[in-house]
Design a protein around this ligand. Structure first.
Ligand code: C2E
Ligand code: C2E
Ligand code: C2E
Length: 91
């Protein structure tokens, strides 16, 4: 993708997140709650997150960012437009 193009946004559906099995969704739920607390943003139905946050979540879940993005979309907690958004890093 061209470096100049703005990537599509990563938008978590907080309502859908509440209805997931805590054993799988727990780390994501806690991460989203931390961002809400840092922003003082408690009233939203959705939460826009940083590209970097998907990379951090990928480490937490021990998955590639691409695989984790697809999983979150399949759970219904991430907007489908986010697919292929987070670039793999060679680090
Ligand atoms: P910070 O990263 O030093 O950002 C300070 C303030 O700059 C933020 O206060 C916000 O008003 C603004 N800001 C920074 N980056 C962005 C951005 O990409 N978009 C927008 N709209 N504003 C931005 P805020 O929101 O009260 O956040 C306070 C602190 O909480 C941030 O300090 C950061 O350390 C943390 N934080 C908030 N949201 C996120 C997040 O989505 N991901 C991560 N990793 N940290 C976050
Ligand atoms: P949008 O980005 O398409 O967001 C549409 C609506 O989704 C927002 O309406 C808000 O109700 C909700 N939303 C999206 N992300 C969050 C979030 O992280 N927390 C919460 N609580 N709600 C969220 P809203 O607030 O009336 O904003 C309308 C439009 O204004 C946004 O459309 C966006 O284009 C712009 N906007 C608002 N805040 C920011 C911002 O921090 N940064 C930038 N660049 N644009 C913003
Ligand atoms: P946004 O506010 O529309 O910002 C879009 C992109 O512009 C961000 O993508 C980031 O690359 C850049 N950007 C905006 N404000 C700042 C800033 O103060 N400092 C820096 N270094 N870059 C900035 P990113 O990081 O992927 O964030 C995506 C969306 O997540 C943001 O859209 C915003 O809705 C939300 N977000 C991220 N961090 C924060 C934050 O600290 N506070 C709040 N309130 N929202 C945040």
């Amino acid at each position: 993708a061209a470096a100049a193009a703005a990537p599509p946004r990563l938008i978590l559906d907080l309502e859908a997140l509440q209805h997931l099995d805590a054993s799988e969704a727990g780390p994501l739920t806690r991460y989203a709650a931390t961002i809400q607390a840092q922003r003082g943003d408690y009233n939203g139905k959705v939460l826009s997150i940083r590209q970097d946050d998907m990379r951090t979540l990928a480490v937490i879940y021990d998955e590639s960012p691409t695989t984790l993005t697809e999983r979150f979309i399949s759970w219904g907690v991430l907007n489908p437009e986010a697919k292929g958004d987070v670039e793999e890093s060679e680090a």
